[in-house]
Design a protein around this ligand. Sequence first.
Ligand SMILES: Nc1ncnc2c1ncn2[C@@H]1O[C@H](COP(=O)(O)OP(=O)(O)O)[C@@H](O)[C@H]1O
Ligand SMILES: [Mg+2]
Length: 259
Amino acid sequence: MIALRLRDARIGYGDTAVVQGVDLTVAEGEAVAVLGSNGSGKTTLARGLLGLATVLGGEVEVLGAPVGRPRERGRIGYVPQRHTVSGAVPATVREVVGVGRLARLGPVGRLRPADRAAVRDAVAAVGLADRLDDPVASLSGGQQRRVLVARALAAEPELLVMDEPTAGVDAASQDALAAVLADVSATGTTLLVVTHETAALAGVLTRAVVVDHGRIAYDGPLAGAGEVTGGHHHPEGTGQPPARGYRQDQPRVTTDGVR
Ligand SMILES: Nc1ncnc2c1ncn2[C@@H]1O[C@H](COP(=O)(O)OP(=O)(O)O)[C@@H](O)[C@H]1O
Ligand SMILES: [Mg+2]
């Protein structure tokens, strides 16, 4: 199955396109890095897949349906950029992550024992098992990022979109997150990860898409993206259609298991 299919997509806000001319096909199970300098349009592209930015033209299909259909509910996990968990209502780690699980159940859903176990597993997977009943406000910024990752994981989504999940997260946590993502990827979940830290995630993400001034400047193996992001030259293209299916066998990393 195809997880993402964009054809000549224009995505933006109001009537202003931020990204345009985007042709991108991601097969189910692929693990794709979205790279590019600040302001290039990475977040807008990611938000367009969630229905949070406006598709102004072209086609954007997510999990086989035009973006924004209710049937996607719970099938897509999203970790927004630069969000820590805050707000007036004090909530524990368990409660915040439980909200992710509720999204999967729909409006009248209620957490059952298996759902509560999935919440605990997701929290354990990001290394916060001992903080389950602590208020999220008592956690560091990096730990709060990990709570948001756990919230997305708890829904056991088919497609996981993460916008700079490792920003502000210490090196040990980055490695832990890489292990979690390897595990999730091994179960067949499609990953689209906006990141600058390709070193930490190089074992997980195999394909890279580089966004430059709102257009895709490179689509190919992660290892080959450096010359584009390095800024030395911006090739018009390789003369070949973007290859697909870079997914290689991932090492199975043992964690407390999201599934
Ligand atoms: N909510 C918004 N409304 C209007 N313009 C926006 C909005 N969010 C981002 N932009 C603009 O879109 C461009 C790309 O931003 P963004 O997608 O956040 O890039 P990146 O994630 O690559 O840093 C920027 O010029 C930014 O000002
Ligand atoms: Mg961004």
